[in-house]
Design a protein around this ligand. Structure first.
Ligand SMILES: Cc1ncc(COP(=O)(O)O)c(C=O)c1O
Length: 455
């Protein structure tokens, strides 16, 4: 089997100095020693650079800051410090569950910039959203009916209808949402009905929204989806005699888990050799500027004032995060088996959705590979691996620190407590200072909600 090798084509501020992985001037090995492992580390500088790239793309196209909203998709990585950081940068927030809504609001994000998604929202969360004046991205006709009742005698709800443009999306089916028969949103026929119903109730129709899927690496997908949304928006505006104040194109821009087309090819070959299904889109060549330009171009035929909204998650936080783990032992096997103190419970997305994360030995970064190894986790089942691939690595020893890269998005979402493990701590590194932003769980935390009943 051909093993893959670590790629040191790192995104700044990640870099290698003296054979060690650094985040700016912060030594990742020292962070592992200071806070323990497993440890999520988020680079605030990378997060900020990604946001600035989006914001500058809008500005360069002459769109003033009142006319666009970058609503950070909280689900990608929800942490109260991260949400405060997002607020500080002027971001809005896409929330998809009651607690995300409350967390975004409690973090000071203006309700006017919060967009409430989800196909099965709780009634009390809907009531809160109405009260706060948050935009509700209505997913279905039942929800619309609920909103009609909830607002009968009270405050008007601000609503947008989530349309499904039924576009083909080149990503894993689990994260393709703008496709026919998706569980999200309404096709154009049902969406038209929703707008008609909304019009005859106490609902403030303010927008139209969609979300095509995640880790999209083909600009044509965005082009087609945006064109369909804009055409449909213009049709509804004409039919109902209204003007949408918000057009929301969702998120979905991919990131480069493989840093070049060639690296993507090598990883895909390695998957194929292991008879594993390959992931089509590990490399994303679309710049944020190209993406933003595509969306704004598609809106050029709209002649009235409106605000363009995007809901990026992965492309803001994905390459900002790494996961550090420690080698517990190296077992003689073919290939060598390196047991880490990380389990598959922290890399589930990679395994479920066949994503691929580059792995480097943080205390031996840049050293020549000597052995082929398999990284296995600390949980009690054979499928518990940290990567399904085999890796060419330098000599590995107990105590080495392993860094799994591009772990900022969706890994916290899927993290679970197999074997009653404690969920790890998270640290944010910003301008070369490190901040603990989530404590490691304790034994007590893990069992806090269990009730002991003597039967
Ligand atoms: C409605 C909605 N908006 C935005 C996002 C963020 O997508 P991404 O992280 O791919 O940018 C998602 C995630 O799937 C979503 O469901």
């Amino acid at each position: 089997m051909s093993p893959v090798t670590s790629s040191f084509d790192l995104v700044p501020p990640f870099n290698v100095k003296n054979d060690r992985l650094y985040i700016g001037e912060s030594d990742s090995v020292k962070l592992a020693e200071k806070y323990g492992t497993p440890l999520f580390v988020i680079s605030g500088d990378r997060f900020e650079d990604n946001v600035n790239e989006y914001a500058n793309s809008f500005r360069k196209l002459g769109i003033s800051k009142e006319k666009f909203i970058i609503a950070y998709a909280a689900k990608a990585n929800t942490n109260l410090s991260l949400l405060r950081f997002a607020k500080k940068m002027g971001l809005g927030c896409d929330v998809s569950y009651a607690n995300e809504l409350y967390a975004a609001f409690d973090s000071g994000i203006s309700p006017k910039k919060i967009f409430f998604n989800g196909n099965a929202k709780k009634q009390d969360a809907l009531l809160t959203a109405i009260e706060l004046g948050v935009m509700i991205n209505v997913d279905n006709l039942t929800e619309l009916n609920d909103l009609t009742h909830l607002t009968k005698s009270g405050k008007k709800a601000r609503i947008s209808i989530r349309v499904n443009p039924e576009t083909s999306v080149n990503t894993d089916p689990a994260i393709a949402t703008g496709v026919a028969n998706s569980k999200f949103g309404l096709n154009f026929k049902l969406a038209e009905k929703a707008y008609e119903l909304a019009r005859s109730s106490n609902l403030g129709i303010e927008g139209m929204n969609m979300h095509l899927g995640s880790q999209i690496t083909n600009l044509k997908v965005f082009e087609e989806g945006a064109r369909k949304l804009v055409d449909f928006a213009k049709y509804i505006e004409k039919k109902l005699g209204i003007e949408f104040r918000y057009l929301n194109f969702g998120g979905g821009l991919g990131i480069s888990y493989a840093k070049s087309k060639a690296e993507e090819g090598k990883v895909q070959d390695a998957y194929k050799e292991r008879l594993l299904e390959r992931r089509p889109n590990l490399y994303c060549s679309i710049s944020k500027t190209d993406y933003v330009r595509t969306l704004t171009n598609s809106c050029s035929s709209i002649k009235h004032d409106f605000t363009l909204v995007i809901e990026p998650g992965r492309s803001i936080v994905g390459d900002a995060g790494i996961l550090l783990g420690r080698v517990k032992n190296v077992k003689q096997a073919n290939p060598l088996q390196v047991s880490l103190d990380i389990g598959a419970n922290l890399v589930l997305v990679s395994i479920l959705w066949k994503e691929h994360n580059n792995i480097v030995v943080a205390n031996k970064a840049g050293r020549e590979p000597e052995n082929v190894v398999r990284f296995v986790g600390n949980l009690c089942y054979s499928g518990d691996v940290v990567s399904p691939l085999y890796w060419s690595m330098p000599q590995m020893e107990r105590g080495d620190i392993v860094a799994v890269l591009d772990m900022g998005a969706y890994h916290w979402f899927h993290a679970c407590r197999g074997n009653s493990v404690e969920l790890p701590a998270s640290v944010m590194v910003y301008k070369n200072k490190d901040y603990l932003i989530r404590e490691r769980e304790s034994y007590e935390d893990v069992f806090k909600k269990d009730l002991v009943v003597d039967l």
